[in-house]
Design a protein around this ligand. Structure first.
Ligand code: GDP
Ligand code: MG
Length: 597
C-alpha cells in the first residue's frame, strides 16, 4: 500500500467510555465485518486473553475506508492496553501510530488514566481527535465536556466531535476527520527494513504472533530477520494483516501494520519495543524507545495445599510464555512453605496473574504483601537490591532508596480535602492542581510506589465514593527513612509478616499486626507473646490468651465473592497448621492476616 493512503491510529479511552463499541461500528461501517456476523465487542471476543473486561494485549485491525474524496484508505486501528501497569506497552502502541482518537463519555468527562495517556500521545506528537461518545444518553452533557476537552488539548470546543458508538451517529464523519487530520506515515522505502514490535502474543498452535509496525523498507515472508536487541535471528514463516481475521500477505511496506510468525515459542524472544531488521544487510540503528520489561512489584505466591507446588511451577512457566514481564524464582518461607517470589509490572498485573493461576490452573494461593524494589546502601559501601523483607540487610545502613511515581488524580472538586488527606498520609507531595471545569480538579502528586501498592486504590475509592481516579508513572527514586519490622511469636520471627515500612509508620504497623494475630491465633496451652520489633527493639506487644474469635467477624462488608473465596481458603487452611517454634498456627490465620480485606 502507498503510505500516503495509510492512517495509523489508536483510541485512548477510559474503561466503559465505549472504545470496544466504537471499534464495532468502525468494523461494520467499513464492511470488514458483515452486519449479520456482527456481535458486540467483536475484537475483544477474538482476544482470549481478555480478563475482567480489560484488553491487555493490543491488536491491530485494518479497515478499508472510502473517504469523501472517493479514495480508499487503509485505516489501521491499533488497540492499546488501558491500565497504568502497562504504561510501556501503551507507549509502544502509541509510537506505532500517527494519530489518536481521544474518546470520552459525554456523561462522565475525562478520567485520570485517559488524561495520562493523552499526555503520552502528545509526547509522541500524535494528532489528537477529541471525541465525545454516548451523546444519545439523556444524561450526556456534550457542551460542558466539549469545553473541558477543548481546554485540555487547546482547541476550539466546536472542534470536538460528538458521536454515539451505540447508534452509529457521527461515526462516518469521525473517519473522514481521521483521514484529514492524521498524517500518513513516513519512512524510507528503499532503506534496510526496520519494524517495531508493539505486541507479541503466544498462541498454542502457531507459537508467538508478533505485531509490528514497519517504519522503513520491507518485511517479507520466508526471510531471515534479526531482533536487534538480542541479535537473535529467525525466519518469518508467515506475514499477515488482520481484517478482522488474520490474512497472509507477501510482506509489509513502509507504514504498514500487521503480524509475523517465526515459530518461536516464547514471547521473550519477541520483545515489545524491539526493532526487527533483515539478518543480512540489516539496519545499523534500532528504533528509539526500547526498554527491557521492568518488574516493579514483588510478592510471594504460595499454594495453600503444599502438594500443588509443582502445578504452580508449571503454571507460572506457561504464563511466562505469554508474558515477558512476569518473573519468578523459588522461595521458601518458614511460615508458608514452598512457593515463588514473583515480580510484576504493578498491582493489576499481579492481580490478573494470580486470578489466572487460580482460575485456569485450579490453584488456591496465598500471596504475601506486595513489595517494591529498594536499594540499600551500607556504611561499608556494600549495596543491596531488596525485593523481599527477608533480604533486608543487617548492620549499619547508610541510605535507602525507594521508587517514586508521578500520580495524576482526577476528582469532583468536593473531594479535594479527603484526597489531600490520603496523599499526605501516604507520604505524597503535591506538585500542582488545576480545575478542568468548575467542579472537576486534576491534582498531581509525587508518591512512593510502596504507598500505592498498599490498598491506595481502595482507600481512594472509599473516600471519594468511587468518583476519583488515579494514574501514575515511574519517576525515579528518593532517599527515605525505612525500617524492617519483624513480627515474632514467642520470640520466633514469622517471615511472612515482616515488612519494610517508613520509620514513622513502623509503630502503627506493629500494633496492627500484633492485634490481628492475637485475635487470629487460637489459645495455646501457654501464654504466647506476639511482638513487633525493629532489629532487637520491641515496638509493640500483645499476649494471646483470649478465646479465639471467629475470623469471619472481621470480614464485615466488602465484596461477597471475595468473602466466599476467603471462606473457601480458610476451610482449606483449617485442615493444616504450621508450627512456629512451639506455637501451632492454623493456616487460616496466615490467610486472614495477609488479606487486606
Ligand atoms: P470500553 O470499556 O471503552 O471498551 O467500553 P464498551 O464499548 O465496552 O462500552 C461500555 C458500555 O457503554 C457498554 O454497555 C456499551 O453498550 C455502552 N456504550 C458504548 N457506546 C455507547 C453509546 O454511544 N451510547 C450508549 N448509550 N451506550 C454506549
Ligand atoms: Mg473494551
Amino acid at each position: 500500500t502507498d503510505p500516503a493512503l495509510i492512517r495509523n491510529f489508536c483510541i485512548i479511552a477510559h474503561i466503559d467510555h465505549g472504545k470496544s463499541t466504537l471499534a464495532d461500528r468502525m468494523l461494520q461501517l467499513t464492511g470488514v465485518v458483515e452486519d449479520r456476523r456482527m456481535r458486540e465487542q467483536y475484537l475483544d471476543r477474538m482476544d482470549i486473553e481478555r480478563e475482567r473486561g480489560i484488553t491487555i494485549k493490543s491488536q491491530a485491525v485494518r479497515l478499508p475506508f472510502t473517504a469523501l474524496d472517493d479514495v480508499t484508505y487503509a485505516l489501521n486501528l491499533i488497540d492499546t492496553p488501558g491500565h497504568v501497569d502497562f504504561t510501556y506497552e501503551v507507549s509502544r502502541s502509541l509510537a506505532a501510530c500517527e494519530g489518536a482518537i481521544l474518546l470520552v463519555d459525554a456523561a462522565q468527562g475525562i478520567e485520570a488514566q485517559t488524561l495520562a495517556n493523552l499526555y503520552m500521545a502528545l509526547d509522541h506528537d500524535l494528532a489528537i481527535l477529541p471525541v465525545l461518545n454516548k451523546i444519545d444518553l439523556p444524561a450526556a452533557q456534550p457542551e460542558k465536556y466539549a469545553e473541558e476537552l477543548a481546554g485540555i488539548i487547546g482547541c476550539d470546543p466546536s472542534d470536538v466531535l460528538k458521536v454515539s458508538a451505540k447508534t452509529g451517529d457521527g461515526i462516518e464523519e469521525l473517519l473522514n476527520e481521521l483521514v484529514q487530520q492524521v498524517p500518513p506515515p513516513e519512512g524510507d522505502p528503499d532503506g534496510p527494513a526496520r519494524a517495531m514490535i508493539f505486541d507479541s502474543v503466544y498462541d498454542t498452535y502457531r507459537g508467538v504472533v508478533t505485531y509490528v509496525r514497519v517504519v522503513d523498507g520491507w518485511l517479507g515472508s520466508r526471510e531471515r530477520i534479526e531482533m536487534m536487541s538480542s541479535k537473535a535471528t529467525h525466519e518469518t514463516l508467515e506475514v499477515g494483516i488482520i481484517s478482522p481475521e488474520p490474512t497472509k500477505v507477501p510482506g509489509l511496506g513502509v507504514g504498514e501494520v500487521g503480524y509475523i510468525i517465526t515459530g518461536v515459542k516464547d514471547v521473550r524472544h519477541s520483545k515489545v519495543g524491539d526493532t526487527i531488521t533483515s539478518a543480512t544487510g540489516g539496519a545499523a540503528e534500532m528504533l528509539p524507545g526500547y526498554q527491557e520489561p521492568q518488574p516493579m512489584v514483588f510478592s510471594g505466591l504460595y499454594p495453600i495445599d503444599g502438594s500443588d507446588y509443582p502445578v504452580l511451577r508449571d503454571a507460572l512457566e506457561k504464563l511466562q510464555l505469554n508474558d515477558a514481564a512476569l518473573v519468578f524464582e523459588p522461595e521458601t518461607s518458614a511460615a508458608l512453605g514452598f512457593g515463588f517470589r514473583c515480580g510484576f509490572l504493578g498491582l493489576l498485573h499481579m492481580e490478573i496473574t494470580r486470578a489466572r493461576l487460580e482460575r485456569e490452573y485450579d490453584l488456591n494461593l496465598i500471596s504475601t504483601a506486595p513489595n517494591v524494589i529498594y536499594d540499600v546502601f551500607m556504611d561499608d559501601g556494600e549495596r543491596y537490591t531488596v525485593t523481599n523483607p527477608s533480604e533486608f540487610p543487617e548492620g549499619k545502613i547508610g541510605e535507602i532508596h525507594e521508587p517514586i511515581v508521578k500520580g495524576t488524580l482526577l476528582s469532583p472538586a468536593e473531594f479535594v480535602g479527603p484526597i489531600m488527606e490520603l496523599c499526605q498520609a501516604r507520604r505524597g507531595s503535591l506538585q500542582g492542581m488545576d480545575y478542568l471545569s468548575e467542579d472537576r480538579v486534576e491534582m498531581r502528586y509525587v508518591l512512593p510506589l510502596a504507598e500505592i501498592v498498599f490498598d491506595f486504590f481502595d482507600q481512594l475509592k472509599s473516600r471519594t465514593k468511587g468518583y476519583a481516579s488515579l494514574d501514575y508513572e515511574p519517576s525515579g527514586e528518593q532517599v527515605s527513612d525505612l525500617v524492617k519490622v519483624d513480627i515474632l511469636l514467642q520470640g520466633e520471627k514469622v517471615d511472612a509478616f515482616s515488612a519494610i515500612v517508613h520509620r514513622d509508620k513502623a509503630h502503627a504497623y506493629g500494633v496492627e499486626m500484633t492485634k490481628k494475630l492475637r485475635e487470629l491465633i487460637p489459645r495455646q496451652q501457654f501464654e504466647v507473646p506476639v511482638q513487633a520489633a525493629i532489629g532487637s527493639r520491641v515496638i509493640a506487644r500483645e499476649n494471646i490468651r483470649a478465646i479465639r474469635k471467629d475470623v469471619l467477624s472481621k470480614c464485615y462488608g466488602g465484596d461477597i465473592s471475595r468473602k466466599r473465596k476467603l471462606l473457601e481458603r480458610q476451610k482449606e487452611g483449617k485442615k493444616k497448621a504450621k508450627m512456629v517454634g512451639r506455637v501451632e498456627v492454623p493456616q487460616e490465620a496466615f490467610i486472614s492476616a495477609l488479606s487486606t480485606e
